[in-house]
Design a protein around this ligand. Sequence first.
Ligand code: CU
Length: 118
Amino acid sequence: MKKWGLLTGALLACAGAAIALTEIKIQNNAFVPQYAVVVKGEMVQWTNLDVAVHTSTSDTGIWDSGDLRQNQSFKRKFNQTGTFPYHCKYHPTMKGTVRVTETAVAPTSFGRVRALFR
Ligand SMILES: [Cu+2]
């Protein structure tokens, strides 16, 4: 039942033609998924589920979420194509990448998504 509710919500969000939102969880000192592919103009939202404070900080200084406490989120719209690596300021092992494409990538297996980052 809950699953269907979530699915319906996602479909309604699409029907409303709102800006697509890709959600990245920060959980157990990791970004999940670590690799995200979005289309130009879409939003990415990071939500920290850990008790520890984390950040989403661009490796090249493009963005910095500031401190995200548990259940806090940070949203950013990606208007340029490219590959954008980021990390957590407090935990150097926490790394992630957002890849922004010009057009939608067809539904992919993890392998195909991974291949985009090579
Ligand atoms: Cu962290």
